[in-house]
Design a protein around this ligand. Structure first.
Ligand SMILES: [Zn+2]
Length: 251
């Protein structure tokens, strides 16, 4: 019964505010992972992007203006990770704040020793536990310039990670997935990449992954969607875990 009501609501939203064909084609043109999807997955992504624009508030700040094409592009990237999970996985938050460029969060953070620091480094994106996602529009427009980088997918992966508490690289796994396998796969990949980095080798994924387990999951997710062949070649077990989690097979 609930499903029926929900489907009716979804159909109504999609019928009332459809994404116009030229806008959708434009979004696909700037979203390589979406272009690689089959027709039926693309249709699902379009529905999810429509719902995303209906449910979330995109809030450009500091004089930035986002037109309809920009909004559709943002929503399309944002919905890739939940293509097979559903919109419910983005429940519990409302806003996407978009800065024109890298931003410096003006706030204090407490470290493990209880010391409060003023953060002062410029950021391309940020995701708060039950709060907004924050993005730099310059970095959104640069998606695709550096292979494997996608700031929107990165922040959305943090959102999924935080569904069961702190961002720790451990999103809520599906019933048939094994937490111990997930942990073993990600920690051995982490150890290997750390060794490679110490030996001065080029890493197959963005070295920012080694900042923390949360960043490892977010960066691996970017590569999973953007450069799946590279991820599968170099970190095949990580690739397989992400296939199971996202329920997608980008290759
Ligand atoms: Zn991050």
């Amino acid at each position: 019964m609930f499903n029926k009501i929900r489907n009716w609501r979804v159909r109504r939203i999609v019928a009332q505010r459809p994404i116009a064909e030229p806008l959708w084609r434009g979004a696909l043109q700037h979203c390589a992972p979406a272009r690689r999807l089959g027709a039926s997955d693309q249709a699902t992504l379009r529905v999810l992007a429509t719902l995303f624009l209906h449910r979330k508030s995109l809030e450009p700040v500091q004089g930035l203006h986002l037109d309809d094409a920009d909004r559709v592009l943002l929503a399309t990237h944002a919905c890739l990770p939940i293509l097979k999970l559903g919109m419910d996985w983005y429940d519990g938050w409302h806003s996407v704040i978009v800065y024109p460029d890298a931003f410096i969060p003006r706030r204090e953070q407490m470290d493990d020793a209880g010391v409060v620091h003023q953060t002062d480094s410029a950021m391309a994106g940020e995701a708060w536990g039950r709060g907004p996602v924050i993005l730099s529009w310059t970095h959104v427009l640069n998606i695709g310039d550096k292979p494997g980088h996608n700031v929107i997918i990165h922040e959305m992966a943090h959102k999924l990670d935080m569904l069961n508490g702190d961002a720790n690289g451990f999103p809520p796994l599906h019933r048939r997935m094994d937490r111990r396998v997930w942990w073993r796969v990600f920690s051995s990949a982490w150890d290997r990449l750390q060794d490679d980095q110490r030996n001065g080798a080029d890493l197959p994924i963005d070295p920012y992954a080694l900042e923390s387990p949360a960043e490892f999951f977010a960066v691996a997710s970017e590569h999973f969607f953007e450069t799946p062949a590279t991820l599968r070649q170099h970190l095949p077990e990580v690739y397989r875990q992400l296939e199971q989690f996202y329920r997608q097979h980008p290759l």
